[in-house]
Ligand binder design. Structure first.
Ligand SMILES: C[S@@+](CC[C@H](N)C(=O)[O-])C[C@H]1O[C@@H](n2cnc3c(N)ncnc32)[C@H](O)[C@@H]1O
Length: 254
């Protein structure tokens, strides 16, 4: 790990440990049950899953809108936090499916495991690891989701290369993340304090699409932007892409 990504990671772990320990604290960005509702999370999911889980919803978009989740699929959530999207994915893929979470903050990993138990979802596995180095074998996952986490990683290229490696041919990526909303010198040179708050690490839409493409993804596209902002210069957005099959076929992500 380079020195700067190490610093970023430490800031991230510090801030998300504080969120894990005190979900009611105001960090300057929307979170909680109302945040989930604002992103169009289904009220049935909200009613079905433990109320406490929703206090931790730090979603910046809704990764469940841009891709179909078939029963029995294996889903990976990059930067799963306290497990909100893990639990939703587990409802969608059913007991025959598997849902895997990866997060770098130990307190979030513990919460995600606890919430899976409280929700009685036995098909959720959570790893404490960096999304820049996934502890998973090649070609082992059908769908990759993520919500507000990739912008926090020091190397987006490594994240997408790892995502491509572990995705099965024909598999799909459906993510929500913060992107830079306008060219802003200040964002490039801003101090590190805003890295963990989803500001300094953001890229613009085209940069992110280019990285997906150079990492091997087929037809990456930005599906929509969301209402979510972490600063004047950042906005939430949803993206999708796929990995071609050995025969060159693609699966339509819609
Ligand atoms: C804004 S929160 C979003 C959590 C969750 N996806 C949600 O929607 O509620 C970002 C999460 O990404 C995790 N994270 C940030 N950088 C990471 C990295 N390099 N590897 C793994 N997890 C990371 C943080 O620990 C935190 O839990």
């Amino acid at each position: 790990m380079s020195e700067s990504s190490c610093t970023h990671d430490q800031q991230v772990i510090e801030l998300y440990t504080a969120l894990a320990n005190n979900p009611a604290r105001d960090f300057g960005w929307e979170k909680g049950r109302q945040n989930a509702l604002n992103h169009g999370y289904n009220e049935t999911w909200i009613a079905h899953l433990p109320a406490q889980l929703w206090d931790y919803c730090a979603a910046v978009g809704n990764p469940f809108t841009a891709c179909a989740f078939r029963a029995g699929a294996t889903v990976l959530d990059l930067g799963c936090g306290a497990g909100v999207d893990l639990c939703v994915a587990a409802l969608l893929v059913g007991a025959q499916g598997t849902v895997i979470g990866v997060d770098i903050t130990p307190a979030m990993v513990q919460l995600a495991r606890l919430h899976a138990i409280q929700a009685k979802l036995e098909n959720i596995i959570v790893h404490e690891a960096s999304i820049e180095q996934l502890p998973l074998p090649d070609n082992s996952v059908d769908i990759i989701i993520s919500n507000g986490a990739i912008n926090l990683a020091g190397s987006k290229q490594k994240v997408f290369e790892e995502a491509w490696r572990i995705l099965r041919p024909g598999g799909r990526l459906s993510i929500a993340d913060m992107i830079r909303d306008e060219p802003c010198e200040q964002v490039h040179s801003c101090d590190n304090d805003s890295w963990a708050d989803c500001v300094a690490g953001t890229l613009d839409k085209q940069e992110l699409l280019d990285i997906m493409k150079t990492s091997g993804f087929h037809a990456p596209e930005c599906v929509a932007t969301t209402h979510y902002r972490t600063a004047r210069t950042t906005v939430g957005a949803t993206f999708r892409a796929s990995k071609v099959t050995d025969t060159g076929n693609t699966v339509h992500a819609g």
